[in-house]
Write a protein that binds this ligand. Sequence first.
Ligand code: FES
Length: 169
Amino acid sequence: MKQEINITPELQARIDELLSHYPADKKKSAMLPVLHAVQDAHNDWLSVELMDKVAEILEVKPIEVYEVVTFYTMFNQKPKGKYMLEFCRTSCCAIRKGEELMEYTCKKLGVKEGEVTPDGLFSVVGVECLGACGFGPMLQLGDYYHEFLTEEKIDALIEDCRQGKVKLH
Ligand code: FES
């Protein structure tokens, strides 16, 4: 999918500020914060072209950026729904039916993992431990955790999202 690349003066200033924390010949060290800043400014996803642009900014090979983006689930390689439901699929949540709840959610929304609903509202992804192991099964939505999940809680959360009642940040 085509993505418009727009390194605005504001984004460039943010990148420069991030780079200023590292030696001039070690721009690669700023890769994670720079990728976050660039992704935030580009509708929350990173196309190959945009990753190439980041490689140019950091003076590294494109493959070095691809390696990082494909490793971390917080970087999206394709557009995501407005509400991205990130289910923890690691052991503590898994033994408390986290995977079944993710499957339930996919079925309810009519999507497979990683797909976006036709209305552009939702996507569902599985991620590794989010550090709330004692509160599982859980998911992250925007900056917030939703814990001790049940089918009923997921139904209510989806409904609240549809009605625009859910805060992401
Ligand atoms: S195992 Fe799910 S938050 Fe740690």
